[in-house]
Design a protein around this ligand. Structure first.
Ligand code: PEP
Ligand code: MN
Length: 264
């Protein structure tokens, strides 16, 4: 298989206009769950930049569990993301939900995110495999590591080797946390595959108090990066406020993970 260590023994390093993922440095992608407004996004972007993040995240197309929940600003949201990139110099990672939107999202994003709910949307995987942009592939809500790697294989098989895997927790019997963050997946992916792997402790726990400790654990486990939800005012977030860090707690997390990464 193209994703395997047997096929390619050396680690894949993805270079996104000078920001490298998988080279041993720690990359942080952070921002609100959803792009809510121009003001909210520019404020969040400045928080991420000031604390030392490299990527701004934020969904313009939101895969919500309920059809009545906020669905995203769509292309307007993509335009705000592009504006935030202009202002801060941060790179942009944002979700694409269907094959028909790949061209549109790829025109704005530096990395295309495939959400957990779409991990086995094979038409979408093939479409991002052909689009020429790096892809962040989240682990499915109930996907095994083998199924996750098969999903990545669909993208590589179309000629796109710039795939970053993202552990974001899996559904288990535990209900205190939103998902169960499977940090053993980091070591397993490093052994089985040459692709970089990052960890999302925000969706992985669903609780902002657990985000910093699990981010630390992810770095210690050898993750190439982190995906973190941060909001200027989590209490007013339209999406995932309970797991979003406020600016002060995000700054603390950044100091701690950078210190740990430097020590390792
Ligand atoms: C997200 O990153 O906001 C998101 C929807 O994540 P997931 O697909 O992991 O649920
Ligand atoms: Mn979210």
């Amino acid at each position: 298989k193209l994703v395997s260590r047997e096929f390619k023994p050396e680690a894949t390093i993805i270079d996104i206009n000078g920001v490298k993922i998988g080279d041993g440095s720690l990359v942080v992608m952070a921002g609100p769950c959803a792009v809510e407004s121009r003001e909210q996004l520019l404020e969040a972007a400045e928080i991420v930049r000031a604390a030392g993040g490299q990527f701004l995240r934020g969904g313009a197309f939101k895969p919500r569990t309920s059809p009545y929940a906020f669905q995203g600003l769509e292309e307007q949201g993509l335009q705000y993301l592009a504006e935030a990139r202009e202002v801060t110099g941060l790179k942009i990672v944002t979700e694409v939900m269907d094959a028909a939107s790949v061209e549109l999202v790829a025109a704005y994003a530096d990395i295309l995110q495939i959400g957990a709910r779409n991990m086995q949307n094979f038409h979408l995987l093939k479409a991002v495999g052909r689009c020429g942009k790096p892809v962040l592939l989240k682990r499915g809500i109930a996907a095994t590591i083998a199924e996750w790697l098969h999903a990545a294989e669909y993208i590589l098989n179309e000629g796109n080797y710039n795939v970053i895997l993202c552990e974001r927790g899996i559904r288990t019997f535990e209900e205190y946390t939103r998902n169960t963050l499977d940090l053993s997946a980091v070591g397993a992916i490093k052994y089985l595959s040459h692709l970089p792997v990052i960890v999302d402790p925000s969706h992985g726990t669903g609780k902002w108090r657990l985000v910093r400790p699990m981010a630390m654990a992810a770095v210690a486990a050898g993750a190439d990066g982190l995906l973190i939800e941060v909001h200027p005012n989590p209490a007013e977030a339209l999406c995932d406020g309970l797991q979003s860090l406020n600016p002060a707690n995000f700054a603390v997390l950044m100091e701690d993970v950078q210190q740990l990464a430097a020590f390792l």
